[in-house]
Design a protein around this ligand. Structure first.
Ligand SMILES: [Zn+2]
Length: 443
């Protein structure tokens, strides 16, 4: 296979330049003349970002194939500009052994649309009672570095302490789903005036904040890396800000939906807006946006959580928690953070690629779009605007909260180590992707 030249993109939103890609690497950057046989991707008017990295994706396989598979989930990832995703452990069986994480790794390699980095469970069966085979998962072919019981909180402080001590021995990180279970029994939406008015059981902010406060202190005590999943309240931001000022090695994420949507959507009783943690108040949304802008929150992670139609087309109380998010993440970040002037495209590259890759210890993302580095590239058209419909989704499930909402931006092309997985906004067929990847691998 000959190389590729990406022409005229604004690299990280500023300098316009061409990129030459050969054998999976960026080999030149500047004003380039295409050579005979080189494929040219016209990127005039587009912004070039490094391939996006999601630290929090639910791919559902094994066991939840009615909602998503590794193949369909990574197709959604490529459509959203992602080249690597971390697959959460709450599958069936749970990813709590070396065998399961290696299975997920192999499914990702076979699918070919994005690198799949399995997340290992912290506790056996996510039951919160006994540590999982953390060391075996770390030493496995999947080389797991991120451990999480996501969907459940590691609520026992002694187990949390032991998990932090364990991962610190090999530079791993525990990603905590901060939800004090005793404070959220039966909870359905943010606790406040509105939950009272709607007659839905409230989910108090303190249920999240109390766990974060405890865990930043545990992380400090142990000297281990801690990551906090999906911050949703202004109070959580305050605690993380305090912990970072104190020098504690913690990182934090926010989801696109918590940057845009509020509890007001619960008024519709439309379960597409039911999510864990729940949508909060305007002032929480504003606090999360400024925390992402000032670096208190390190990254945006999708918490892509596909569910079959029947799990959402029911009463609010019966419905499952979660939203799909891979395809729409970049558009929501452009809308809430770039178009509001809070951050620049170079910051988008940081919060959606470099920083999540650093937390997950994913190689090849530390110098975005630099010569000599892997050609993980996402081309986005920031001027495009579209009203979201199910046709914009590429995964198996359609539980997006953005139907009929206008959002800016569109991912036009995605390259995974020089292999195009998305071209002109359309997914490349699986055989072509597989053949191209074999060719790059041969070198
Ligand atoms: Zn979670």
């Amino acid at each position: 296979m000959t190389g590729l030249v990406i022409r005229g993109a604004a690299l990280l939103g500023s300098e316009r330049a061409d990129l030459r890609v050969r054998e999976g690497l960026i080999v030149a950057r500047g004003r380039l003349t295409p050579e005979v046989g080189e494929r040219v991707v016209d990127a005039e008017g587009l912004v070039a970002l490094p391939g996006l990295v999601d630290l929090h994706t639910h791919l559902r396989e094994p066991g939840g194939e009615a909602s998503e598979t590794v193949l369909t989930g990574t197709r959604a990832a490529a459509a959203g500009g992602f080249t690597a995703v971390h697959a959460m452990a709450n599958t069936s069986p749970v990813a709590d052994t070396a065998g399961v994480v290696e299975q997920v790794l192999r499914l990702g390699e076979r699918a070919g649309y994005a690198d799949v980095r399995p997340v290992g469970a912290v506790t056996v069966g996510l039951a919160g009672e006994q540590l999982a085979e953390i060391g075996a998962m770390a030493r496995s072919a999947a080389a797991v570095r991120v451990f999480s019981d996501d969907g459940h909180c590691v609520h026992d402080p002694l187990l949390m302490r032991r998990a932090l001590e364990y991962v610190a021995t090999f530079d791993g990180v525990v990603a905590q789903h901060a939800q004090e279970p005793r404070l959220t029994v039966g909870a359905q939406m943010n606790e406040g005036e509105l939950s009272g008015e709607l007659g839905l059981a409230g989910w108090p902010a303190v249920a999240e904040e109390a766990i974060i406060a405890r865990d930043v202190l545990l992380a400090e005590h142990v000297g281990a890396r801690l990551h906090i999943c999906h911050l949703s309240t202004a109070g959580s931001v305050d605690i993380v800000r305090w912990a970072k000022a104190r020098g504690i090695a913690i990182t934090a994420e926010v989801t696109p939906h918590h940057l845009l949507l509020t509890e007001e959507f619960a008024r519709s009783y439309d379960a597409r807006f039911k999510v864990n943690p729940p949508l909060r108040r305007d002032e929480d949304v504003l606090a999360l946006r400024s925390a992402l802008a000032d670096g208190t929150i390190d990254i945006v992670a999708t918490d892509h959580a596909p569910h079959p139609a029947e799990a959402k087309e029911c009463t609010w109380a019966e419905a499952a928690f979660g939203m799909v998010g891979l395809e729409s993440a970049l558009s929501v970040v452009q809308h809430t953070m770039v178009e509001t002037g809070l951050i620049e495209w170079s910051d988008v590259a940081r919060v959606l690629s470099t920083a999540p890759a650093a937390i997950g210890r994913v190689q090849g993302y530390d110098q975005p779009l630099a010569v000599g580095h892997p050609a993980n590239v996402t081309l986005v058209d920031p001027a495009h605007r579209r009203t979201w419909s199910v046709d914009d989704l590429r995964g198996r499930s359609t539980n997006t909260p953005y139907l009929a909402r206008e959002l800016p931006g569109r991912v036009i092309a995605t390259a995974l180590r020089g292999v195009l997985t998305l071209v002109d906004g359309a997914l490349v067929d699986p055989d072509t992707v597989a053949a191209a990847r074999r060719e790059v691998a041969r070198g």
